[in-house]
Write a protein that binds this ligand. Structure first.
Ligand SMILES: NC(=O)c1ccc[n+]([C@@H]2O[C@H](COP(=O)([O-])OP(=O)(O)OC[C@H]3O[C@@H](n4cnc5c(N)ncnc54)[C@H](O)[C@@H]3O)[C@@H](O)[C@H]2O)c1
Length: 321
């Protein structure tokens, strides 16, 4: 019998070979849940020493059923699918992998922003319909000098800012929690008033985590503070945006377009209504992805489990007091 048991709640990866290999080095055995719902997680995972989570919802009922789990590791950066309060109360450490895919997400953010501003997807659709004309390219303001707004100036926001600056855009940021050095060292012009920030940007790019404070922060009221010529780009979490409000504002022409990688419900049951609009580009939560980033993520998540089981605590402990 192995020394440790690790329970994996769900996966988007083709197999569990990387996790098994990494965990095997520490005599930890991986079992994989037969389904990601709470009842199954409770029935099959309750006696694990560590839990490895991708997108499954690990709520208080799951957490409170765990008999000896030391750590829950979210294989990813965002950890909004794990109930932190319940884990903290239960004395279970929660960790994430904050140091992978920063380039991929930043590149993807720019891909969405550029395909919005330069209208590449729209024009491509027209060309495939047999229309060879720039009539649908209008209006097309230059990138140089446009105000690129980072809502959240953490690891990804900073990388996006560097890329936007390389296109000659004027990079501004709103992040009340980031130290002054973040703005100074990354050439981001700090805006301290959220309403002024929204009113000033030509592109609003979301890089804040999804929390109670940021849930639906981009709603009709805030969208209406923006220029009608502005774009919203979201590679963070779907729950930041009230999608119904965004849809209406786009249909009313009160906003120029939206580039979206994340939806509130993933996967959506059907083609999302937003995807039917001409001025949206939507990708299926793909920003983190490259072949290399996924291998890095899976190894780092597994090593974080081993580190905790062997040394007593994770490197990236998100509910540490
Ligand atoms: N689409 C994808 O594939 C993908 C991949 C990785 C990460 N993400 C998302 O990207 C998000 C950002 O990642 P990161 O690495 O930059 O995280 P980070 O923790 O380094 O940065 C988040 C920043 O948001 C700021 N912030 C928090 N609450 C705020 C608020 N209410 N108002 C303004 N600023 C606030 C923080 O001060 C911090 O600087 C993650 O939370 C995750 O959900 C998405």
């Amino acid at each position: 019998m192995a020394k440790y048991s690790v329970f994996m709640t769900d996966s988007i990866f083709p197999d569990t070979a990387i996790e098994r290999d990494e965990l095997g080095l520490a005599d930890a055995e991986l079992t994989f849940s037969s389904a990601p719902d709470a009842d199954t997680l409770i029935r099959e995972g309750r006696d694990c020493d560590a839990m490895l989570v991708v997108y499954a919802k690990v709520d208080a009922s799951v957490i409170n059923s765990l008999t000896r789990c030391k750590v829950i590791v979210r294989a990813g950066i965002g950890f909004n699918n794990v109930d932190l309060e319940a884990a903290t109360k239960a004395g279970i450490m929660v960790a994430n992998v904050p140091d992978y895919c920063l380039d991929e997400v930043a590149d993807h953010t720019m891909a969405l922003a550029l395909s919005m501003i330069r209208r590449t997807c729209l024009l491509n659709r027209k060309v495939s319909d047999g229309v060879w004309s720039i009539a649908d390219a209008k209006p097309m303001p230059p990138l140089r000098g446009a105000v690129f707004g980072l809502f959240g100036c953490g690891a990804i926001g900073q990388q996006v800012g560097r890329r936007a600056a390389a296109f000659g855009m004027d990079v501004v940021g709103y992040d009340p929690y980031a130290p002054e050095a973040t703005f100074r060292d990354n050439g981001i012009r700090r805006v301290t008033d959220f309403d002024d920030f929204l009113a000033s940007v030509d592109v609003l790019s979301l890089h804040v985590p999804l929390t109670d404070d940021t849930h639906h922060v981009i709603d009709r009221e805030n969208l209406e503070k923006m220029k009608p010529s502005a774009y919203v780009i979201n590679t963070s979490r779907g729950g930041l945006i009230n999608e119904q409000d965004l849809q209406e504002v786009l249909e009313e022409g009160r906003l120029a377009g939206a580039g979206i990688d994340v939806l509130e419900t993933e996967p959506p049951a059907d083609a999302p209504p937003l995807s039917r609009l001409a001025n949206t580009v939507i990708t299926p939560h793909a920003a983190f992805y490259s072949e290399a980033s996924v291998v890095e993520l899976r190894k780092k998540a597994s090593r974080e489990i081993i580190r905790t089981l062997q040394e007593g605590q994770p490197k990236f402990w998100v509910n540490r007091n």
